[in-house]
Design a protein around this ligand. Structure first.
Ligand code: NAD
Length: 547
């Protein structure tokens, strides 16, 4: 996209030309119904999970359907880079149909009017159904995204946890009442905003979709989800899960498609009152501009270039373990990745040596192999972008690990975990989000310099601080410009805490009650308790006329 270091390749180059779907016809697609395996999809893809669909459809008003105009786009798997399926390419008219269904379900259907407990029951059923699909989700997600299977396993558990959590939050939701004794009672009538447009990225797609779906549905909104075009496979599971859980028709709608077409149409649609977006900062800026026309509510979870600050007194073993996992897990395609490691000079050389040695030993391979620690990057377009950064990095820092495709993996989007040391803060690999298994290490002298380096980028999503001096640790945490800080702590998150970034990393925070605040509006209702005493306009003139 626009942060591509050398070329400006348009997203969705594989977009279909408008020809009809190559897979099963309208109404017959969906997860688990298509033929799986080599040679059964539109291209000669490698063997995938059993029941791999050859075609993915929208889900609108409780029905699977193709685009009105019949357009499709092609979906690749990141190991063979072959087309394994087509997906319906949503256009404005498909988004219209989905928003209309969601608007009808909101205006006329039971969902927004149900007691919180009744909605929570459905959400808990969703959680059970999601959890029961952990293995299936893992194999689909691994095939579609290139995430190592061991890291894809558990994503369904986390997605299920989001539904359980928001089921609990909505039942426990309490709103304020304010009394002026004897005169007035004022209370907050909290109500769902309406139709929410949810736009999600391709890294851990199913789990990230659950972050938006769970609070939006808990709040009583109806939704249209537009998943990322690189990884549309797992999103189709939602249709069957919500149907089985008893979610009323039209409450959940799914429109596949290219961002600049289906995503843009969802943002521009006057019927979507809210847009919750996770993705690149540049895309967020476009959406922000487009949403201004209709003054939509926006939640923006954007890119990051998060620092890991390691002081000389830190527990280096834990810092190294956590920093390695932080930047190389999920193939480095992680928004909170600690992709800049700042290390105090006294321990710098030893840290770099140990970190690089461990990085060289990371197992890169087939995502479906449980021994794999780093799999294949999501798409050849993204792979090219990451490889461009590696080339740029060669001129900006000292390459101490990786830097190339592992020799045993001649095909697929593989990159050996790549470590650049001695990277100056002016370097592009220090400043720009790469979103792959590439890390920049930079030395610092003291706390002041560490802080300057940590804050010296446009992003502010996460930060990690390692020090035995807790006073300094808190001081650093408070001074770092980041929405979330982990102090001597690995990246794990309590669902009640705020999630979000500052600066170019986002607008607004989600998590816990903040998510419910986003999907609801608080209406103030004022009730007089005693006699009403309004000023009596017009009464004086009438009295004068009488006398
Ligand atoms: P992206 O911005 O390219 O795409 C995200 C989504 O937006 C996709 O569904 C895409 O189709 C859609 N889109 C693209 N152009 C659009 C437009 N003009 N109008 C409407 N929708 C449009 O991001 P990506 O490459 O899919 O994801 C990677 C990015 O996401 C990284 O920058 C990463 O840091 C960020 N991310 C952030 C968080 C967070 O919580 N802060 C979490 C995960 C990923």
């Amino acid at each position: 996209m626009s942060t591509h270091p050398t070329t400006d390749t348009p997203r969705g180059e594989a977009a279909g030309s408008g020809a009809g779907p190559a897979g099963p016809g309208p109404g017959s697609g969906g997860i688990g119904t298509g033929p799986g395996g080599s040679g059964t999809g539109p291209g000669a893809a490698r063997r995938g999970p059993d029941g791999l669909p050859a075609h993915l459809q929208h889900f609108i008003d409780g029905r699977l359907r193709d685009s009105a105009a019949g357009g499709v786009f092609e979906v690749l798997d990141p190991v063979s880079n072959q087309v394994y399926a087509t997906a319906a390419a949503g256009q404005a008219e498909d988004v219209d149909a989905a928003v209309a269904a969601a608007a009808r379900a909101f205006a006329e259907g039971p969902w927004p009017r149900m007691a919180a407990r009744a909605r929570a029951r459905v959400l808990n059923r969703v959680a059970d159904l999601v959890e029961a699909r952990d293995a299936r989700l893992a194999e689909l997600e691994t095939f579609d995204t290139g995430l190592p299977i061991t890291q894809a396993l558990g994503q369904a558990q986390r997605a299920a946890e989001n539904f359980r959590f928001f089921a609990d939050v909505i039942v426990a939701q309490a709103d304020h009442a304010y009394q002026v004794p004897g005169r007035q009672l004022n209370y907050v009538n909290r109500r769902p905003v309406g139709v929410a447009g949810l736009i999600t990225p391709w890294n851990t797609p199913f789990m990230l979709e659950s972050w938006k779906l769970a609070p939006a549905l808990a709040a009583g909104c109806t939704v249209v989800l537009k998943p990322a075009e690189f990884t549309p496979l797992s999103a189709s599971l939602w249709a069957e899960i919500f149907t089985e859980a008893g979610l009323p028709e039209g409450v959940f709608n799914l429109v596949h498609g290219i961002g600049e077409e289906a995503g843009a149409a969802l943002v521009a649609h006057p019927g979507t009152r809210l847009i919750s977006f996770t993705g690149e900062t540049t895309t967020g800026q476009i959406i922000f501009r487009e949403a201004a026309t209709h003054l939509k509510g926006l939640s923006m979870e954007l890119g990051g270039k998060s620092p890991v600050v390691v002081f000389a007194d830190a527990d280096l073993d834990s810092a190294i373990d956590s920093a390695l996992f932080g930047v190389f897990s999920l193939n480095g395609e992680r928004c909170t990745a600690g992709s800049r490691i700042l290390v105090q000079r006294e321990v710098y050389d030893g840290f770099v040596e140990r970190f690089a040695a461990r990085a060289r030993d990371i197992v890169v391979g087939d995502p479906a192999d449980p021994r794999t620690e780093v799999g294949a990057l999501v798409h050849p377009e993204h792979y090219a972008r990451v490889m461009d950064y590696v080339e740029i990095g060669r001129g900006e820092g000292r390459l101490v690990a990786g830097g190339a495709r592992p020799p045993h993996l001649p095909e697929g989007n593989y990159l050996a975990p790549t470590v650049f040391a001695d990277v100056p803060p002016t370097a592009r690999i220090f400043q720009e989000e790469i979103f792959g298994p590439v890390v920049a290490i930079t030395p610092f002298a003291d706390e002041d310099e560490a802080l300057r380096l940590a804050n010296g980028v446009r992003y502010g999503l996460a930060a990690y601080v390692w020090t035995a001096d807790l006073t300094r640790g808190h001081r650093m945490a408070h001074a770092i410009e980041a929405g979330m800080v982990w102090l001597n702590s690995h990246n794990v998150r309590d669902l009640r805490t705020p999630f979000g970034g500052v600066k170019a990393s986002g607008l607004g925070h989600e998590g816990g009650h903040r998510s419910i605040d986003f999907y609801t509006e608080e209406q103030a209702v004022h009730v007089t308790l005693g006699p009403v005493h309004p000023p009596r306009f017009g009464a004086r003139a009438a009295r004068a006329a009488d006398s």
